[in-house]
Design a protein around this ligand. Structure first.
Ligand code: GLU
Length: 547
């Protein structure tokens, strides 16, 4: 067979050479040791946590080494694509502060290794497809879907590996150039297949995270170009990561099984193999069993979930770094004030078993993150979140800016600040008692004491209430009333002799909390009263002198 003639027949319009391509995308001039990394998401409209997870690693590896981190849009699967998906992806990444040095942007691209959208790289792939054909390493395959199904059935019955290889590839491999031309003239669709070699060889690949991977060599005649001339992931990955000069390929472990195909292609094309880094799949605990996070079952797989819940980007980053490097938590404890961007990320500390996304842990991280912020920062970020997700609450925050900042500062001056806030969504619920517009009493006072004593308590409290009392004077007054009404000032006295008292000071302060905030479990009464202001305090308490 004249492979050169076959290459011309299949790719008449492809005129550029391999050498021209190499010259157009030369080796990058970067300092020794600088890494070039990328993420290659597919624009399906669903940006998942895994996209950010791999982006965090790739970004760290590139920027820690003084290298380049870029965004490539892997849009070869038109069926899965939805409109606006690239914009959604780019805006999600920018929301999380992922900084690309080059690649696709919302309105185009930047960088000299583009195009960075795979569908715009068709001509580039064809240069190498043509070259492989001319070497006798690729051939057109006209098998129809039905014929491939029939082959698979035969293979299943004979308990053989499914796929087009060896004997199953023979009919198509041995078509003559005349037969190929005739089929093409008749308009029969074809795909371009790689010509696999049936060698019982094992290949070894060193994965930066997993160490040496030993696997059987590829023997499949896998598809390089689909019938529309668009490459498969396998072919596009090899061509792009070579021409864009990636030094490290960071991607999910689901790609390990296709690694032999990629190695085969790199070797066939005579290119240096990048360092592979296969990251652990995101998992969750479900009734005690670890399982893969599922798009259908687990809303937390979508990055939009964290935005909708109002979990800060810092908390999400911290969760991912906790999952990614086993020493992150230790580092955070010894560097509480430092930005996570300063954390020295390393491959050696990466886990290879599934990474467990634990929402309870995320909530704890989120509480810590929020407890480290100033009241003013909390206000600004909460307001920004509410503008999108809770406009009614945003209006309240704007109407009462001073009260809101003061409310966000409650309990934060102590050595160990309170960790009342978990997420922006929860913060709206938590703060709602500070505004008459959203205040409701949800806890009942019935458990605290009987109604007559309750009315007496609130009347006395209001009579003696002086808004300018400091917290010590204020608390002395509360203790005095507690005693006068026959309640134990020390809770342990009540515990010892419950028969002697109507209750303890805990019942008294619970009533105050419920009256002022709606809940028995609330921050410091004196502090809250000062955020609310005298007028609101008196109005809220007055109601219970009657009820
Ligand atoms: N487009 C692939 C994906 O969405 C990217 C894999 C890679 O990074 O090579 O999983």
């Amino acid at each position: 067979m004249d492979y050169q003639a076959l290459a011309e027949l299949l790719f008449p319009d492809s005129t550029a050479t391999r050498e021209e391509m190499e010259a157009r995308y030369p080796a990058r001039s970067l300092p020794e040791g600088a890494c070039v990394t990328r993420i290659g998401p597919s624009p399906t409209g669903f940006v998942h946590l895994g996209n950010l997870y791999n982006a965090v690693i790739a970004e760290r590896i590139a920027h820690q080494s003084g290298g380049v981190f870029y965004l490539r849009i892997e849009d070869t699967d038109q069926k899965r694509e939805v409109g606006g998906a690239v914009e959604t992806l780019i805006s999600a990444m920018s929301y999380y502060g992922v900084r690309f040095d080059e690649g696709a942007t919302a309105d185009g691209e930047s960088g000299s290794y583009g195009p960075y959208r795979q569908r715009q790289r068709r001509e580039i792939y064809h240069v190498f497809a043509k070259w492989l054909t001319a070497q006798g390493l690729a051939y057109p395959c006209f098998l129809t879907a039905e014929e491939i199904d029939a082959i698979r059935e035969k293979q299943t019955a004979a308990k053989e590996n499914p796929g087009i290889y060896g004997p199953y590839a023979e009919t198509m491999r041995s078509l003559s150039i005349e037969e190929i031309r005739a089929r093409m003239d008749a308009g029969q669709p074809w795909v371009l297949r790689y010509r696999g070699t049936m060698q019982e060889e094992t290949i070894e690949v060193t994965d930066a995270i997993r160490g040496t991977l030993s696997m059987p060599r590829n023997c499949m005649d896998f598809v390089l170009l689909k019938s529309d001339g668009i490459p498969t992931y396998h072919f596009a990955h090899v061509v792009d990561d070579h021409l864009m000069r990636s030094t490290h390929v960071i991607r999910g472990e689901e790609w390990i099984s296709s690694l032999p195909m990629h190695i085969e292609l790199f070797r066939a094309l005579g290119w240096e193999i990048p360092v592979y880094c296969h990251t652990a799949t995101l998992m969750k605990l479900d009734n005690g069993n670890k399982r893969k996070l599922s798009k259908r079952l687990d809303p937390e797989l979508a990055l939009s979930y964290y935005q909708q819940e109002g979990i800060t980007r810092d908390a999400v980053w911290e969760l991912l770094l906790t999952l990614l490097n086993s020493n992150y938590e230790e580092w955070r404890l010894s560097n509480p004030e430092t930005s996570y961007f300063a954390f020295p990320y390393s491959f050696q500390k990466m886990s290879i078993s599934g990474a467990l996304v634990d929402l309870d842990k995320l909530r704890d991280i989120s509480k810590d993150v929020l407890s480290r912020m100033t009241a003013q920062d909390l206000y600004d970020q909460l307001l920004a979140w509410c503008d999108t997700y809770n406009p009614d609450f945003a209006a309240l925050l704007r109407r009462y800016p001073e009260r809101s900042v003061a409310a966000l500062g409650v309990g934060r001056t102590a050595k160990k600040p309170r960790k009342d806030l978990e997420t922006w969504k929860q913060a709206c619920r938590f703060l709602s008692f500070y505004y008459d517009e959203t205040f409701t009493v949800t806890d009942s006072m019935d458990e605290q004491c009987e109604p007559e004593t309750r009315r007496t308590f609130f009347r006395t409290y209001l009579e003696r209430y002086d808004h300018s009392d400091d917290s010590t004077v204020w608390f002395d007054k509360v203790k005095a009333i507690t005693d006068e009404l026959g309640f134990a000032v020390k809770p342990k006295d009540f515990k010892k002799n419950p028969g002697q008292y109507k209750g303890s000071i805990v019942h008294i302060t619970n009533m105050l909390r419920i009256a002022l905030t709606g809940h028995a479990n609330a921050p410091d009464i004196h502090e809250v009263s000062h955020v609310l202001g005298e007028e609101i305090v008196r109005a809220r308490l007055a109601r219970f002198t009657q009820e």
